[in-house]
Ligand binder design. Structure first.
Ligand code: SF4
Length: 371
C-alpha cells in the first residue's frame, strides 16, 4: 500500500480558539452509534448537555444541533468544543477528529489532503514554496478495491503526475499551464469515455498553439453567476459573488487590463499562490474519476477555482488598496466550503464544465489544441 499526502500536512495544527473561523459551524455532523454510546459515560452535566445536543437529520441520522446562527451548540464562547474542553479529545466523533484531513482509499493507495476550507490548512498551502508530495510504502501488495479498474487508476496516476509537473513549470504563465492541464484531461477523457483505460497512461501534455485570447473576465463573470446560483452554505458567499460580478461587468476591457497589471505588480506572489491552489485541487480531485469517469470536469475545476479566486482577490485589492494573506485565505476557505464541500454544487460544476460553448477555458487562457 502506498500512502501519499502533501508535504505540509505534517505541519498542521488546529488553531483551536485562535482560529479566525471555525469548522464547528454550518455543517451537519453525523455522530456514529459507538460515539453516542460513549457519550452516555460522559461526566455529569456534559452527559445531559450531549443528550440534548443531538437531533435527527432528514435521513434520520443523529447530528449535532446547530444554533440559529449556524454554530454548533457545543461550541464554547472561547471557540473550543465542550467535549474537548471538559472531557478530552479522545471523545470527539470521527468527523471532528479527522477534519480538515480528507482521506481517499483506493485499496492499493491511500491519500490524505487537508481541505482548504480550514484557514490553517489554507495558510500552509498559500505559504508553501511549491506544492510537494511525500509518500511511503508499507511493502504490502494490495490490489485496487473491487469496482476500481486497475488500469484506470494507473492511468490516473500517470496523468495526474504529468499535470502536477506541468503546473510546476514556473517559467510558463499560470494560465498557459492550466490550459495544458485541461488539454491533457480532455485527451484522457476520450479514452475514459470509451473504456480504453489501458491507453490513458499514454496521454502526455501536448504543445498548445497560441490563440487570440477570449476574455478571461467574461469567463470570470459567468463563473461568479454560476456559483452564486448554487445552494449556499453561508449567504455571504453568493452576496459577495453578485457584488463582485457587478463590479467586473461594469469595467471596460482597458480598465480591467490595467487593474490586472497593477494588482499583479502589487501582489507578485499571486501566481505562486494560485499554482499551489491548482495543484491542491488536481491532487484532491483527479483520482475521484474512478467513481464517475468525469476527468475533464475535475481538471476544469482547478482552472475555474484559479479564475474565480484571481478575480475575487483582484477586486478585493482594488476596493481595499491591499490584500493581506488573511483576506486571501478567507476567500480560499469560502470557495472550498461552498464548492468542494457541497457535493451537489461540486457535481453541478464538474458536470457543467463539459459544455464547451459556455466554458471555453482554453480560449480564455489564450490557447487551443494543436490537433
Ligand atoms: S477550521 Fe481548522 S484551525 Fe479552525 S478550528 Fe477547525 S480545524 Fe481548527
Amino acid at each position: 500500500m502506498v500512502y501519499r499526502q502533501p508535504d505540509y500536512n505534517r505541519r498542521f495544527h488546529c488553531l483551536g480558539g485562535d482560529c479566525p473561523d471555525t469548522c464547528c459551524r454550518d455543517w451537519e455532523i453525523v455522530v456514529d452509534g459507538e460515539t453516542r454510546k460513549d457519550y452516555q459515560t460522559a461526566p455529569a452535566g456534559l452527559r445531559e448537555r450531549l443528550a440534548d445536543s443531538l437531533v435527527p437529520d432528514e435521513e434520520g441520522e443523529m447530528c449535532f444541533r446547530l444554533r440559529e446562527d449556524g454554530f454548533c451548540v457545543l461550541l464554547t464562547p472561547e471557540g473550543l468544543c465542550a467535549i474537548q474542553r471538559d472531557w478530552g479529545e479522545e471523545h470527539l466523533c470521527a468527523h471532528c477528529v479527522a477534519y480538515p484531513r480528507f482521506t481517499e482509499e483506493y485499496g492499493c493507495l491511500t491519500e490524505t489532503a487537508l481541505a482548504v476550507s480550514c484557514p490553517e490548512a489554507a495558510r500552509l498551502l498559500l505559504e508553501a514554496d511549491r506544492f510537494g508530495l511525500e509518500e511511503r510504502e508499507d511493502g504490502g501488495d494490495e490490489l485496487p478495491f473491487d469496482g476500481i479498474d486497475p488500469e484506470l487508476l494507473e492511468g490516473l496516476e500517470v496523468t495526474r503526475a504529468a499535470a502536477l509537473e506541468l503546473l510546476r513549470q514556473e517559467n510558463v504563465p499560470l494560465w498557459r499551464r492550466l490550459a495544458g492541464v485541461l488539454d491533457l484531461a480532455d485527451w484522457g477523457q476520450d479514452y475514459v469515455d470509451f473504456g480504453l483505460y489501458d491507453q490513458l497512461a499514454g496521454c502526455a501534455p501536448q504543445p498548445l498553439e497560441a490563440a487570440e485570447p477570449a476574455s478571461l473576465r467574461d469567463l470570470a463573470i459567468r463563473l461568479m453567476e454560476a456559483c452564486a446560483a448554487l445552494e449556499p452554505l453561508r449567504e455571504a458567499w453568493p452576496e459577495l459573488l453578485r457584488r463582485r460580478r457587478e463590479q467586473l461587468a461594469g469595467m471596460d476591457e482597458a480598465a480591467y487590463r490595467q487593474a490586472g497589471d497593477r494588482f499583479e505588480r502589487a501582489c507578485p506572489d499571486w501566481e505562486r499562490h494560485l499554482t499551489n491552489l491548482a495543484c491542491y485541487l488536481i491532487f484532491r480531485h483527479w483520482h475521484k474519476t474512478v467513481n464517475d469517469d468525469l476527468l475533464y470536469g475535475r481538471a476544469a475545476l482547478a482552472g475555474a477555482g484559479c479564475i474565480l479566486l484571481y478575480h475575487l482577490s483582484l477586486l478585493e485589492w482594488l476596493e481595499l488598496g491591499a490584500l493581506g494573506p488573511e483576506r486571501e485565505i478567507a476567500l480560499w476557505c469560502a470557495f472550498s466550503r461552498e464548492v468542494e464541500h457541497m457535493e451537489e454544487n461540486l457535481a453541478c460544476l464538474t458536470e457543467g464544465f463539459y459544455d464547451g460553448q459556455t466554458w471555453d477555458f482554453l480560449s480564455a487562457f489564450g490557447a487551443h489544441s494543436a490537433d
